[in-house]
Design a protein around this ligand. Structure first.
Ligand code: DSN
Length: 449
């Protein structure tokens, strides 16, 4: 299909949607508008590049392609093979990896299929506890891995850093088959080499889930786990600014025998993904991942990664200057964890009051939190979207001032109900809108070289 026809197809799709389904079109248009006019500081959000979105909307979506390039179970996969091979190569280059599989539909799926490929039900796994910043898939009892495996959790030390003494102690005591590192709410650098040393001491495999920091890893702003962990997983939609999806990578250990000795780790993951855990891949999403990974290797992407960290540091110090308690006293990545309980608020109330004012964050439990996850004592902020819009440290100071204005004006009635002065709300909303107009989402092009 020639290029002009591709464009026409995509444009026609939008026209047809507007014309044939105004209700759905209206909701999508409203969502677009919301993103343009609000300050998104949700740490797991970013902005998908238009060329990535275009791949997601392409006709590659029409193809069923079970299997892998050159080994499909369906005809008509010649170009899908080309797309997947290109995306695999880009993933390997971007992360200096020796193996990449781009078929996992999400990082959750990626983590579970790693476990499904290499473990047996009831095996012991050791991951960071949810309440200390781990992910649901790392062994929380609320999710699959916590129920099907004997999941042991590690936490943080008195300085709110990963408690490596505890990790080692638990590893020696429980002899896990798999140790999981990586987090969703941990603002500090993760020492993958130290995790690997512990894994080696007890003969465990090490899985690093870098869903939150993949962009910093690609850019050299966070140490890479690729040759420390046996397997690395990430989603592609947070710091890689790509489509919603998962990615599995391996470095020097890819050819090592997997448990059972019949296959290598790489072969086990390939077979574990298909046919064992997942069916047909999403070829349009694989194309979009390939596009995002190409952008991730560009100079502007690296500049943006530096801005992410710079912005987060500015946010953290801005809050500290205003007397807030920030978990670990700062950040090394894009995440700032703010204690709002000390201000007499629950995370839930802070999230809602800020949302009303045009600022998006998410409630988050703090280390040792006694409140439930739906209430929480803190909020998590992240700078992926702000950095993409071009907001720098000066604008972060303005954001801190806006957030402080809202949080200082909220009156909590209990953990869920509150009163927010509408004058403050409207004034903050108006200032947020002006800020967003000054830094439109399209203004900063990660693909521009
Ligand atoms: N892992 C969850 C988060 O960090 O918000 C969802 O992506």
């Amino acid at each position: 299909m020639s290029e002009p026809m591709l464009s026409t197809f995509a444009e026609q799709g939008v026209d047809l949607l507007r014309q044939d389904d105004p209700e759905l079109y209206g909701l999508l248009a409203d969502e677009h508008q919301r993103q343009m006019q609000t300050l998104v500081l949700v740490a797991s959000c970013s902005v998908t590049h238009p060329s990535v979105l275009a791949c997601e909307g392409m006709v590659a979506a029409n193809v069923t392609a079970e299997g892998y390039p050159g080994k499909r179970y369906h005809a008509g996969c010649e170009f899908i093979d080309g797309i997947e091979r290109l995306a695999i190569q880009r993933a390997k280059t971007a992360f200096s990896a020796q193996f990449a599989n781009l078929q996992a539909h999400s990082a959750t799926t990626a983590n579970y299929l790693v476990m499904a490929s290499l473990l047996r039900p009831g095996d012991t796994i050791l991951g960071m506890e949810l309440q200390f910043g781990g992910h649901l898939t790392h062994g929380s009892k609320a999710a699959f891995a916590g129920q099907y495996f004997n999941a042991i959790g590690y936490g943080l030390d008195a300085q709110e850093r990963i408690d490596f003494a505890q990790v080692a102690e638990l590893a020696h005591q429980h002899r896990p088959r798999l140790i999981i590192c990586g987090a969703t709410a941990y603002p500090r650098t993760i020492d993958f080499a130290r995790f690997r040393a512990i894994a080696d001491e007890v003969g465990a495999l090490l899985l690093a889930d870098i869903s939150h920091t993949a962009g910093l890893v690609v850019s050299g702003l966070h140490p890479s786990p690729i040759d420390h962990a046996h397997i690395t997983t990430t989603c592609t939609h947070k710091q890689l600014y790509g489509p919603r999806g998962g990615l599995i990578l391996m470095g020097r250990d890819h050819a090592q025998p997997a448990p059972g000795g019949k296959h290598t780790l790489a072969e086990s993951i390939q077979r574990g993904l298909f046919p064992f855990f997942q069916g047909a891949p999403l070829p349009h999403t694989i194309a979009a991942k390939g596009r995002a990974l190409d952008i991730a290797m560009s100079a502007p992407f690296k500049q943006n990664a530096a801005r992410i960290v710079e912005d987060a540091r500015a946010l953290a110090s801005g809050f500290i200057e205003r007397g807030y308690r920030v978990v670990t006293g700062g950040t090394d990545n894009h995440i700032v964890l703010l204690n709002v309980a000390e201000r007499g608020l629950s995370g839930l109330i802070a999230e809602r009051a800020l949302e009303e004012s045009g600022i998006m964050v998410n409630k988050n439990r703090l280390p040792g939190d006694t409140k439930s996850a739906v209430v929480s004592s803190g909020v998590r902020l992240g700078t992926n979207t702000a950095a993409y819009r071009g907001l720098g440290p000066t604008e972060m100071e303005q954001c801190v001032a806006l957030i402080d204005r809202v949080l200082s004006s909220v009156e909590a009635l209990d953990d869920q109900r509150y009163r927010l002065d509408s004058t403050v709300r409207d004034a903050v909303q108006a200032e947020v809108r002006q800020l967003c107009e000054r830094f439109p989402i399209a203004s900063y092009d990660l693909a521009a070289v």
